[in-house]
Design a protein around this ligand. Structure first.
Ligand SMILES: Nc1ncnc2c1ncn2[C@@H]1O[C@H](COP(=O)(O)OP(=O)(O)O)[C@@H](O)[C@H]1O
Ligand SMILES: [Mg+2]
Length: 649
């Protein structure tokens, strides 16, 4: 029960992240553009992070803030008290029991303070690892949605991996911001305590110190902006130079005269040296200025503190107050600097997040034509009319930052016309690289085809939204993803089925019943990260069971059964044949048993479907089948299959 609650909590977060990533992957363009513009403020970034925290991690955050506050208070008070104690030292040393008691109290306070700090670090460690888990789960969920339902091949190959790593980077920066925020919270409390302490003793000095800190903060912030602009200019400049030098060396093979290239490189190199030297000089001067100004500020502060403290000793005759005053003043300064550092880090993280988001913008070329038509249960057939397709030859993301142009590679499918309907399992076979997976991808509209039309039932895929196609087609590819949770949750993740009987049925159909019986906890057995506590075959069959459960009118499987033994293949084929009575079932496979038992076999070779029919009718004239099996093989497999079905009925 409790586990379910935890799962729901995580699931909500996962849903949230998936939606957000989906949106980043090209959801609403205008808002994405606005969000990614330069003028995201720190407040917006922090607001976003806090908003997310409120959704999925309020409880641990509250605890963490509490510990953080206690830490702030104790580290604000403890040094102050220690100073106080040291201030009284001469008197206490006269040997009263009071001295011993007070000394012990202060020692204890110090210890407690140290202890609280370690608790804080431990807590924030836990918190961070908890967040890491959540984020990882979210990424996994995204992967899972993409791959189980409809891998946009274009994204899968070129973008999704990069998107994921971008998203992960953003998460990391967000975590860092959070860390800094916690630190700020703690430091601010300490700062306030120290300021008040000093204010109570020498108000003028306290005011002066605050003023000094404000000046130095303002200065740092101003300078920081300057350095950032200079850094950015450096970056742009060196980019430009490397482009130019790149051009020159790229011409080396074309330009006959090597001299010319050398001369040209020399010119650009000189330009680089000259310009960057000037810039660096300006940069260094500014740095020297900054450091000097700092020194002056520090000196002024130190003089003020010394002056006030000495004046105080002369007035009161109490040496102890020197330690007290300087202690509080130094604490103030240190906390102030830490706060400023945190602010600068947050600012930097914020810019990095904005920068990554900018890079995540998808170029227009990745968009496909989609519409909002609806499919009905009767649209359970697939039709291709004179389809030709070549993959867009996209430059890899890393090379160009983002994709900018599309060219087309070699034609993979040419003038393919095809009609697949319910009432039998259709197997797609052929040697590797002939376009089987490609065919499956264009049926799911991962790509627009360059010629011809693809229909799901009565609808052209271009008139359907991705979601509509996802709802209608169940798909299993070679890389099936699972969650680190129970068999049951993995099965029901994307269907609303909770009926125990139905779950047992699909497990039976996928040949998993016996395996489950051996699992500790049965359906509640935890299958590990991406199902790593299952065997390869068990994973495949679990994926099949999950597909059976989704109950979609069209089922497409791209080599989900690689390496299953003959009995398992019988089992799966039996289930698929039952499924195929009212659904269209397309199975890409190399498995001879499955090919032999197919109701219809399509062989793809050299851009075309070269054979289409019952395996027994094709065996004589089809090279691919002939090399894999004989007529007798097919007959005997069919016979064994019938026996298997009778036995298990
Ligand atoms: N994402 C892609 N981008 C460019 N070319 C691809 C891509 N995927 C596959 N191809 C090419 O298309 C051809 C068919 O591949 P595929 O459909 O995966 O073959 P099969 O599934 O039959 O083994 C191959 O020549 C392959 O190199
Ligand atoms: Mg393939």
């Amino acid at each position: 029960m409790q586990e379910q609650a935890v799962f729901r909590e995580k699931y909500n977060f996962v849903k949230f992240e998936v939606l957000r990533i989906k949106f980043l992957l090209g959801g609403r363009k205008e808002t994405a553009e606005r969000k990614n513009s330069d003028d995201v403020s720190i407040r917006e970034t922090i607001g976003e992070i806090l908003g997310e925290l409120k959704i999925y991690a309020l409880k641990p955050l509250k605890k963490l803030l509490l510990v953080s506050a206690v830490c702030g208070i104790s580290s604000g008070i403890a040094p102050y008290l220690r100073m106080l104690y040291m201030g009284e030292l001469p008197e206490l040393l006269s040997g009263t029991t009071e001295a011993i008691v007070i000394f012990s109290i202060f020692m204890a306070l110090s210890e407690i303070n140290g202890y609280l700090w370690s608790v804080f670090f431990m807590y924030s460690g836990f918190f961070k690892s908890e967040m890491t888990d959540l984020y990882d789960n979210a990424l996994q969920a995204k992967n899972y949605v993409e791959i189980l339902h409809k891998p946009r091949a274009l994204f899968v190959v070129n973008s999704v991996e990069s998107m994921l790593s971008f998203a992960k980077e953003i998460f990391q920066y967000k975590r860092s911001v959070l860390n800094e925020l916690l630190q700020c919270f703690r430091e601010a409390i300490t700062f306030v305590i120290c300021t008040f302490s000093l204010f109570a003793i020498v108000p003028q000095l306290a005011l002066f110190m605050v003023l000094l800190q404000l000046i130095s903060m303002e200065f740092v912030l101003y300078n920081n902006k300057f350095f950032r602009t200079v850094d950015e200019r450096f970056r742009l400049f060196s980019q430009k130079i490397s482009r130019e030098t790149g051009d020159v060396s790229g011409q080396a093979s074309l330009v006959q005269s090597a001299n010319k290239v050398e001369k040209e490189s020399g010119r650009i190199y000189a330009k680089l040296m000259k310009s960057s030297a000037l810039k660096r000089l300006k940069y260094c001067n500014r740095r020297i200025g900054e450091k000097s100004f700092y020194l002056v500020l520090e000196a002024v502060g130190a003089v003020a503190v010394c002056y006030v403290a000495i004046a105080d000793i002369i007035k009161t005759g109490d040496i102890g107050r020197l330690a007290l005053i300087s202690g509080a003043a130094v604490q103030m300064k240190i906390r102030c600097e830490t706060l400023l550092r945190s602010y600068l880090s947050i600012d930097e993280y914020k810019n990095k997040i904005a920068d990554i988001r900018k890079r995540m913008q998808l170029p227009k070329v990745l968009e496909r034509v989609t519409g909002n038509n609806r499919l009905s249960a009767a649209d359970n057939f697939i039709r291709l009319e004179n389809v030709s397709f070549a993959y867009p030859a996209l430059k890899r993301l890393e090379d160009v930052g983002f994709l900018t142009e599309v060219k087309y590679g070699n034609t993979v499918l040419e003038n393919v016309t095809l009609d697949v309907r319910a009432g039998g399992v259709t197997v797609v076979a052929g040697t590797s690289g002939q376009g089987k997976s490609t065919l499956m991808r264009i049926i799911r509209h991962d790509y627009d085809v360059q010629q011809g039309e693809v229909f799901i039932g009565t609808q052209n895929v271009c008139d359907l939204s991705d979601e509509e196609i996802n709802r209608h087609i169940a798909f299993i590819g070679q890389n099936v993803r699972f969650f680190d949770t129970s068999v049951r949750r993995n099965l029901t993740y994307f269907s609303d089925v909770t009926d125990e009987k139905r779950i047992r049925e699909v497990l039976d159909a996928a040949g998993l019943t016996e395996d489950i019986a051996h699992f500790e906890g049965g359906l509640d057995y935890k299958i590990g990260i991406n199902g790593n506590k299952l065997s390869g075959g068990q994973r495949q069959r679990l994926a099949l069971a999950r597909t059976f459960l989704t109950n979609r009118p069209i089922v497409i499987m791209d080599e989900p059964t690689t390496g299953l033994d003959q009995v398992m293949s019988f089992q799966i084929m039996k289930a698929l044949k039952e499924l195929a009575t009212d659904k269209t079932v397309l199975l890409v496979t190399h498995n001879p048993t499955e090919i032999a038992l197919a109701d219809r076999v399509l062989i793809i070779k050299g851009k075309h479907i070269v054979a289409d029919g019952e395996p027994l009718n094709l065996i004589e004239n089809t090279g691919f089948l002939k090399s894999a099996m004989t007529r007798q093989d097919i007959l005997s497999k069919k016979e064994l299959f019938v026996a298997h079905c009778r036995k298990t009925a």
